[in-house]
Design a protein around this ligand. Structure first.
Ligand code: NAI
Ligand code: MG
Length: 352
């Protein structure tokens, strides 16, 4: 029996609704597999926890997560209780940073049964590999003077280690997919960091002769997501470019409520963390209408990460069959509730 230890943080808002649903699905996955068992440790860390304890997680919180095989997170943020920069900074970003989750992966795939807003969507299946630790999101810089004389400087940080790490990851992933990597660049306008990015991309490509490559400027590439997404496979991007591309990716899939993501630790020192792209959606919290697909697809990515590719494939198939049967939440044109969608996915799983 393979026992998988999960650290579960449902967090705020709809995180508290969709995480239990996805865990229900995972239990059925384990049952069907026969040799798999999930054992979950629940952590109540959230904005409510902050109100009670004055912090988003206990001082030694991270030490409670280190022994787990993966962290399964819902969403963080309830601005009626805590300012967003404090809640996200004190929990989500802290885990990503301290656990050296240096890569963020987000699929943008056309799911059967879900209508893409694209006019004539071809069968697209993209994996966006985003640098998650440096790049444009650095705190180096500052502001001096005020009024007309104000000067603001914001520096980006690109290290050889960080850039080659993310590009290598993209090539290795491509070898398991359609063997094609597209690099998001902007070396025609950003004259130091992006030519460097291109150099490292060429160097890594040289070591992976079996993988086809191309390099596109970010503005053109953003347009290609809309006009010819079917031509893209793995897309590797800096922190900012990857952030923007993955939102376009979620949009062309049909709803932010279905988009999953993984924050990957590569050095094996700490667990990786899996979370849907969406936030806590306070506007629909408590109504039982949150789409659980983002969280359940996130569970599929976690299964892949844990080496359970076959179960991951079966789970995604069950999600697509459920969508095709019309049992969907309102954000994707249905009228079913969160738990009805989960029940249908479980039903399809059991009949596979
Ligand atoms: P959001 O993703 O929570 O919601 C944006 C829109 O999408 C809303 O209309 C919402 O109802 C809808 N939506 C999101 N997930 C859905 C689902 N599963 N099913 C159906 N509809 C869904 O983003 P927003 O409103 O900007 O942020 C709300 C809170 O969440 C804030 O406190 C923000 O800081 C936090 N947040 C947390 C994230 C995380 O934990 N990774 C990511 C994004 C936002
Ligand atoms: Mg974003």
């Amino acid at each position: 029996m393979k026992q998988i230890e999960l650290a579960v943080i449902a967090g705020d808002g709809i995180g508290k609704e969709v995480v239990p649903e996805a865990l229900r699905v995972l239990d059925v996955v384990a049952e069907i597999h026969g040799g798999l068992k999930f054992s979950s440790t629940y952590h109540p860390w959230s904005s409510e926890y902050y109100v009670q304890h004055g912090e988003m997680m206990p001082k030694d919180g991270l030490s409670h997560l280190t022994q787990s095989d993966a962290i399964f997170l819902g969403a963080v943020g309830d601005s009626s209780l805590v300012a967003d920069h404090i809640s996200l900074g004190g929990l989500l970003l802290k885990i990503r940073r301290e656990f050296e989750q240096v890569i963020n992966i987000r699929p943008a795939k056309q799911l059967k049964g879900i209508v893409s807003p694209l006019g004539n969507p071809q069968n697209f299946d993209i994996m966006i590999v985003r640098e998650n630790s440096e790049g444009e999101y650095s705190s180096i810089g500052g502001r001096v003077h005020s009024g007309e004389d104000e000067i603001v400087i914001q520096n980006a940080v690109f290290t050889k280690k960080g850039v080659s790490r993310v590009i290598n990851y993209a090539f290795e992933l491509a070898q398991k997919r359609s063997s094609h990597v597209t690099s998001a660049t902007k070396s025609n306008g950003i004259v130091h960091s992006m030519p460097f990015w291109d150099e490292v991309f060429k160097e890594v490509a040289g070591n992976h002769g079996d993988v086809q490559t191309n390099s596109e400027h970010i503005d053109a590439l953003s347009a290609f997501f809309i006009t010819k997404p079917q031509t893209l496979d793995v897309v590797v991007a800096s922190n900012l470019f990857g952030d923007i591309l993955s939102d376009i990716g979620a949009a062309i899939m049909g709803s932010i409520g279905i988009a999953p993501s993984g924050n990957i630790n590569l050095n094996g020192k700490y667990p990786s963390m899996f979370e849907p792209v969406h936030g806590s959606a306070p506007d629909i919290f408590g109504k039982g209408i949150a789409n659980p697909v983002g969280q359940i697809w996130t569970a599929k990515m976690m299964l892949d990460h844990l080496g359970e590719h076959e179960m991951g494939r079966i789970l995604l198939g069950a999600i697509e069959e459920s969508m095709q049967s019309g049992i969907k939440t309102t954000d994707i044109g249905g009228n079913s509730s969160t738990s009805e969608v989960t029940d249908e996915i479980i039903h399809k799983l059991r009949n596979k």
